[in-house]
Design a protein. Structure first.
Lengths: 352, 352
């Protein structure tokens, strides 16, 4: 039980007089609150600049946009790297948290901002799980729900890949049973391997083939050794090593666990229809054809259950070879669909 | 350069008078020579008992069946765990080997057995790569080629998964830069993580869901911790830990490297048709619908190139949800097709 939770968040735009124009954006596993501006700590650019900003799909000139770092994260919100009751980092004494806990923390933030109802809750991947949890937990506080490239529960394969990542972290002796911050070490190699394995699942086979194929990295011929001969090897190693600089290993364990535990139907009497029963708003469910991490079939299950629950829901699938990461990339048809849905919903609510 | 190579092999059945009934079976990445009888070292059962044995598809009452441990392996054939010139284990001083090297070693074995022409060369996965290499390198020594669930070159995604595995091994401090045998250690944790990641790619998403889903392991409820709550986690950990007992970590590095390097077209003027041009035998190319490791599209590329090379080739795809591992499992339609192809080929050659 956490007695006190700090939530790090960013906002863009202004809340209107009747507080009806707030949009909450929920980030993915390794995301952060810097959806529309650069992260000052890591220097990384905004992660959804095509969609969020002045004049964009999620128009910060019209909407008050909020994005907070998830509970258990490592970008300012309380997580396993935060100081525990004894003044030292929590480590594995941090309680295992759930997607529902993340959403409860967001609701507390929304309360603190004096906002009763969110015009929209939007998120992709784990962000989409939070959107679904908002619909189920706070059905009266959400007008529009936009779960993107997500699932209402992790499949065995999803859990399997996460477990590989966790085992890679825990196999690193520098993990020190989770107490690496106290020990002054960091499980950099293990976390890098975890990120490499996960990263493969974010891209489609065909996109990897198109981008990398069997192209060699800065060499004319195979070296017959274990260096990164192929570009794809060099790319993956880079993904692993840069990730380690910006992410806490225990946060990775806790957040992947929260995703694995997420099972919206199970938490609501065994059916998704039951989970969605109280929601009176509108929903838009998006997926990407080559996403094998959260394939379109998972989105269709969500859409069908929402229809069965009497929700006004539109589901669409974007044809792309960019895999799961497509939701973060420039996909014009995707952007146009979100824009149309949000625009119509805003007009319906009398939002200028 | 290896001055002297030992090859560990097993045979079943008898060579006929004109030495025309020999079938070479090539094993996969973590396989061994014990295709039709139990491995006396590990105690593991024969790995292809449905297909190979008396009265089976590859009938040891009719054929002389040979299976050897690949070069670079760890079941008796010379590999990185073997003693090098200084009498201590090779470790990373072992030369990087290729699929072609493995096949050259097999050809030397066939020579030593006094066999000029093989009635058939059969193999799945990496074994299928060896079959293709046989066709390209020794076209006059093979009557029937049966490459199964394989590819003529590794895709970027294939290389990516292998690189994750290698990095997991190398991240383990007990790997000791490859000199763990001299150091008296073993990179057990790293190799287990590598095996876990690889194992996911051998199974289909739907088979994992059917077999494991979100079923809990010996417990009634989630424990909110990092133990193996889910059966799939427990299963993967078991796959990792048992693999470590039977496989050498450096062999894993060398053999995965050989697979990544394999590019049959590149080695033959840039086209597969060129690689197959000299082959006058028959071929049967098999794939499995849910195999995303070596998907049916890869087999179709092989079949098409063989047709273009004027080879009498039949390609078929088995509809199954068992993924890549289907080639090792009980798939009656698969067995019947192999049986028909081998039977017709044997009759054509006048083999009783």
């Amino acid at each position: 039980m956490l007695e006190r939770v700090e939530i790090a968040f960013e906002t863009w735009g202004s809340l209107n007089a009747d507080r009806s124009n707030a949009i909450l954006i929920c980030h993915a596993l390794t995301g952060d609150q810097f959806v529309a501006s650069a992260n000052p700590v890591t220097g990384r650019p905004a992660w959804w600049p095509q969609l969020v900003g002045p004049g964009r799909v999620i128009d910060t000139d019209r909407f008050f946009v909020i994005c907070s770092n998830v509970l258990g994260g490592c970008m300012g919100t309380t997580g396993p790297a935060s100081s525990g009751p004894d003044g030292t980092p929590w480590g594995l004494d941090f309680p295992v948290i759930t997607i529902a806990d993340m959403v409860r923390a967001q609701a507390a933030l929304i309360d603190a901002l004096g906002i009763g109802t969110l015009f929209a809750v939007v998120g992709g991947s784990m962000g989409g799980m939070q959107v679904l949890e908002w619909v189920a937990r706070y059905p009266d506080r959400v007008i529009c729900a936009l779960p993107i490239a997500t699932a209402a529960r992790h499949s065995a394969q999803n859990i399997a890949f996460h477990e590989v990542g966790r085992q890679a972290v825990m196999a690193d002796p520098d993990w020190c049973g989770g107490a690496y911050l106290k020990a002054g070490t960091r499980p950099a190699k293990g976390l890098a391997v975890a990120r490499m394995a996960a990263h493969i699942t974010y891209l489609s086979d065909s996109a990897l083939q198109r981008k990398f194929g069997r192209t060699l990295q800065d060499r004319e011929a195979l070296t017959f050794g274990f260096d990164a001969d192929f570009q794809i090897e060099s790319y993956l190693r880079h993904q692993g090593s840069t990730f380690v600089d910006r992410f806490d290993a225990n946060s990775y364990l806790y957040i992947t666990r929260a995703m694995d535990y997420f099972d919206l139907a199970a938490a609501h009497g065994g059916t998704l229809v039951g989970a969605f029963a109280g929601f009176k708003g509108r929903a838009c469910v998006a997926s990407f054809s080559s996403d094998w991490h959260y394939p379109p079939t998972e989105s269709r299950i969500i859409t069908r259950a929402m229809i069965a629950a009497g929700i006004e829901v539109s589901g669409f699938e974007i044809t792309t070879d960019k895999g799961h990461d497509a939701f973060l990339l420039d996909e014009p048809d995707f952007a146009r669909a979100l824009e149309g849905f949000l625009g119509a919903s805003a007009r319906q609510r009398g939002l200028a």
